[in-house]
Design a protein around this ligand. Structure first.
Ligand code: ADP
Length: 483
């Protein structure tokens, strides 16, 4: 509480700042660790905020909102809010091959022709326009289309150090297999050959310091894609899909591939979503739109946005000047910039959650009781959490209000014997459960699971036998779920 008549305590200011939310992540800026310092000098307050990703408008928005919130506190006369950017890196050791790249992001699709390369090129340019240092690697060995889309014709030259500097174009660094092969000899590398080449290629390019390196993966979810995703330390993966059910179904395979290797899913982009008639402006859904958003909502995956079907995208791609540059004020460019904005915010969040996670569960399964989940952690600790309590603690937007943090889930609606029927890992920092009551959108961070532990050591009442191991998860095939 503020001292009567005097300036407010730092704690009070932080409480006020907790009501300021990041609009895309829908979390408050204190829990996101954006607030780095609060200084109170008499009636003057200075707040220092650092954003872990580039933005075009968020800085001003936060500056104004924070100042407005704090100025209303008793005892405050003047508020100064300083907002800076320091782009975060993927937590963990830097990749040997690309030590100066802060975030490598794979752009994937379940099948070809959904607009993955077009999306990669436009997103790279949108990120660059936000002030980030961006690289784009065309790893689509089967059909390298990035050079054409960006109008790159120069061939890369090996430098005296034996490395391959990328080509600078429109403010970003570009490299493609297509730049090495001549037009007459199309690149048709398959399987292990392709994988080996890409690995060599990744190691040979001298990217220098970058904030984001986008990796335009070959379409599909086979061995080549899997090997590439494991060759470099990915900050996350973006899935591009068209709205059709079939395409989305295929995109889900991509999702599973990344989940299996613990790469955070940054989100899904729905491409060729709605058609906006260039003459009358009328919108029509050529391929039923909105499917990706729905799937994201059901599974707790961030939805990054929709790109309309737009003839200007094709024309721009064919002319070597992507639509983000060629028609910067058009609807497609605006849509790409929005996707880029959400993308960097989600990567920032994944980096934060990944760096907060000090302990990981190694085994997750059912306790003998039949109503508890057991976890075995990498530090040897064993946790037990009641299924119903875990279900009631679901952190998704349907169960808890995103702004006020008030519960929205009516406990009476949750069956007494609710239990998980599927457990999957989300990136390097969380687990997701599919519940017997049909709910599946909650993502539980490792830290949250540890906090929910009901064992005696953690202040609960559950006694776990020293040699007791988690049993197979209920109804899930294949025994104990290994993280
Ligand atoms: P992929 O990389 O998934 O194989 P491409 O990015 O090469 O797909 O795109 C395939 C074709 O679709 C290209 O001709 C491209 O210009 C076009 N395209 C991509 N996105 C859109 C869109 N939103 N509207 C209209 N055409 C698009």
């Amino acid at each position: 509480m503020p001292t009567p008549g005097g300036p407010p305590a730092e704690k009070v200011i932080l409480e006020a700042l907790r009501t300021v939310h990041e609009p895309d992540l829908r979390r408050d800026i204190v829990s996101l660790k954006f607030v780095k310092a609060v200084e109170v000098r008499g009636p003057a307050v200075r707040i220092r905020i650092t954003l872990p990703y580039p933005t075009l408008s968020l800085k001003d928005q936060l500056r104004q909102e924070c100042a407005a919130k704090v100025r209303t506190l008793p005892g405050v006369d003047a508020v100064e809010v300083e907002v800076s950017t320091d782009i975060s890196s993927r937590p963990g050791p830097a990749g040997e091959m690309v030590p100066e790249v802060r975030n490598i992001v794979a752009i994937a699709s379940g099948k070809g022709g959904v607009g993955k390369s077009t999306t990669s090129a436009n997103l790279a340019l949108a990120l660059s326009s936000m002030g980030a240092r961006v690289g784009l690697l065309d790893a689509d060995v089967y059909g390298p289309s990035i050079p054409g889309m960006l109008g790159v014709t120069e061939r890369p030259e090996v430098n005296p150090g034996g490395r391959l500097p990328p080509i600078g174009k429109h403010g970003i660094s570009v490299m493609s297999m297509g730049l090495l092969a001549s037009r007459e000899t199309p690149v048709i590398w398959r399987g292990p050959m392709a994988t080996k080449l890409i690995q060599q290629f990744l190691g040979a390019v001298e990217w220098g310091a970058l904030d984001y390196l986008l990796l335009d993966l070959p379409p599909g979810t086979g061995d080549v894609q899997l090997t590439i995703t494991q060759s470099v330390p990915l900050a996350g993966a973006v899935i591009v899909s068209t709205p059709q059910d079939v395409a989305l179904h295929i995109a889900m395979k991509g999702l599973k591939m990344f989940q299996d290797v613990h790469v955070p899913i940054v989100g899904i982009v729905e491409n060729m979503s709605t058609f906006v008639c260039p003459h009358c402006g009328e919108r029509s859904d050529i391929f039923r739109h909105g499917g990706a958003r729905k799937i994201c909502g059901e599974r707790g995956i961030p939805f990054l946005g929709e790109i309309p079907i737009d003839g200007a995208i094709v024309q721009a791609g064919d002319e070597g000047l992507p639509t983000v540059l060629r028609n910067a004020d058009g609807p497609a460019a605006t849509a790409y910039r929005e996707v880029a904005r959400r993308l960097v915010a989600e990567i920032g969040l994944a980096n934060l959650l990944g760096s907060e996670t000090t302990r990981r569960p190694q085994k997750v399964g059912a306790a003998k009781s039949g109503v508890h989940l057991d976890l075995k952690w990498d530090d040897g600790h064993r946790s037990r959490i009641g299924y119903r309590r875990l279900r009631l603690e679901c952190p998704c937007a349907a169960c808890i209000d995103e702004w006020t943090r008030e519960p929205r889930l009516d406990p009476k609606s949750v069956p007494e014997l609710v239990h998980p029927i599927e457990v999957s890992s989300v990136g390097r920092y969380a687990l997701a459960f599919k519940w017997s009551d049909g709910h599946s959108s909650g993502i539980y961070t490792f830290q949250r699971l540890r906090d929910l532990c009901e064992c005696i050591e953690c202040g609960g009442t559950e006694a776990i036998e020293p040699e007791e191991e988690p049993g197979p998860p209920p109804r899930a095939a294949g025994g104990t779920f290994e993280v």
